[in-house]
Design a protein around this ligand. Structure first.
Ligand SMILES: NC(=O)c1ccc[n+]([C@@H]2O[C@H](COP(=O)([O-])OP(=O)(O)OC[C@H]3O[C@@H](n4cnc5c(N)ncnc54)[C@H](O)[C@@H]3O)[C@@H](O)[C@H]2O)c1
Ligand SMILES: [Zn+2]
Length: 355
């Protein structure tokens, strides 16, 4: 699969990843190389990754706990201490080998350590391959509030080796699929159509679809790296989706929803808002709802859940001057940004989702 250029860095795929990485390491003269993994990627991905490295040097492995609950400043502090104790300096390199939690958190750790060291993202989950590892957004959650602390800073390269997906669970595969469907909804009706007809998530079928998703995201990011305009389109489903995800993260009685599961529900509700504000047709709304409910099943919300989730919307990063701003659809494949919707309408979106 063809490498993708992204204004200053490249995204490589499969065998090409290791050709590029080994050559980059040979030519870069890093003082030390660190690999950040979580407990799962340590087991499932690190051995395969190391077997592809021909550059002879010592690699220090730093492990964090797996999961969104650990994407926080406490973990950052632990990793910063580990880097310091292992004598990382400004010429060190951090390789983030993991899902979106590791790439988001590792990118932030590298961006702040000694005011910034180089890092490389090696995404191992579907979600991180098609979305989180690309585009320079790094950061962590603050309590249960999503991605409140972070910076935009780009990695040296992104290496997407789809063979890592062999050990990823079905539910995590589905979670990643939500971001791919989002890319179709906001930018490419044909891509949406092909994805929504996939009956099984087989790696061989997914390879070129993963590449296409990265192309879609990368084009948007290249035109608007700092999210001043067009890049906000990528937040479709995420205003309500992040509030749902945060609510589930902080709840002691609910099991946590995966990121993709939360934004799948968010996309159905925001598609409903799109029909009320941006002209999305009822026919397309119905189609969107069917695809997401078939794939993810419905999440049930009681009255208390709804009001608590709506209360959390005020923390969304796109808000300004007290207004909650949404990225919504005009039609499948075409989206609008900065749409203001009042909270009464969100209750109706919950009702539509449950209907
Ligand atoms: N920066 C961005 O632009 C961006 C975009 C989308 C999502 N995100 C963030 O990404 C995060 C979600 O990413 P995620 O879904 O990858 O979560 P994750 O990193 O928690 O990974 C999901 C689970 O799969 C495990 N795992 C990863 N790769 C594996 C493999 N190959 N085999 C077996 N297990 C494996 C992980 O250990 C974890 O338990 C969220 O925090 C979200 O906010 C960021
Ligand atoms: Zn997302």
């Amino acid at each position: 699969m063809k490498s993708i250029e992204s204004g200053g860095y490249s995204i490589h795929f499969n065998e090409q990843c290791y050709v590029e990485l080994n050559s980059f390491l040979e030519h870069s003269n890093f003082s030390k190389i660190f690999i950040l993994v979580d407990t799962n990627t340590h087991n499932y991905c690190l051995p395969e990754f190391m077997s592809n490295i021909s550059y002879s040097s010592e690699f220090e492995i730093i492990e964090m706990e797996a999961g969104e609950l650990h994407k926080n400043l406490d973990t950052c502090t632990q990793v910063w201490h580990a880097l310091s104790e292992l004598e990382a300096d400004r010429k060190s390199l951090l390789i983030n080998l993991g899902g979106g939690v590791v790439t988001d958190l590792g990118g932030f750790i590298a961006s702040a350590f000694k005011r910034g060291i180089s890092f490389i993202n090696v995404p191992t989950s579907l979600l991180a391959m098609v979305d989180a590892s690309v585009g320079g957004k790094t950061g962590v959650d603050l309590g249960s509030l999503k991605n409140q602390v972070g910076v935009i800073n780009f990695s040296e390269m992104v290496l997407i080796d789809t063979s890592f997906l062999k050990t990823l669970s079905k539910s995590e595969m589905r979670s990643g699929m939500a971001e791919m469907l989002k890319h179709g909804l906001i930018k490419d009706a044909n891509y949406w159509k092909r994805l929504s007809h996939l009956s099984e998530l087989k790696i061989s079928d997914l390879e070129s679809l993963i590449h296409e998703s990265v192309v879609i995201k990368n084009e948007v990011v290249k035109r608007d790296p700092n999210e001043l305009g067009e890049r906000k389109q990528l937040n479709f489903g995420h205003t309500i989706g992040h509030a749902i995800e945060s609510y589930y993260l902080e709840s002691e009685t609910k099991t946590t929803l995966l990121h993709g599961e939360a934004i799948a529900a968010g996309m159905v509700m925001e598609a409903y808002l799109s029909t009320k504000t941006c002209g999305l047709s009822d026919r397309e709304l119905f189609q969107i709802k069917k695809v997401f409910i078939d794939l993810y099943g419905p999440v049930e919300f009681n009255e208390n859940d709804k009001s608590s989730i709506i209360e959390l919307l005020k923390y969304d990063k796109k808000n300004s001057h007290g207004d909650i701003k949404y990225a919504l659809l005009e039609s499948i494949g075409k989206s609008n940004i900065d749409v203001i919707v009042d909270n009464d309408m969100i209750y109706k979106a919950f009702d539509y989702y449950a209907s």
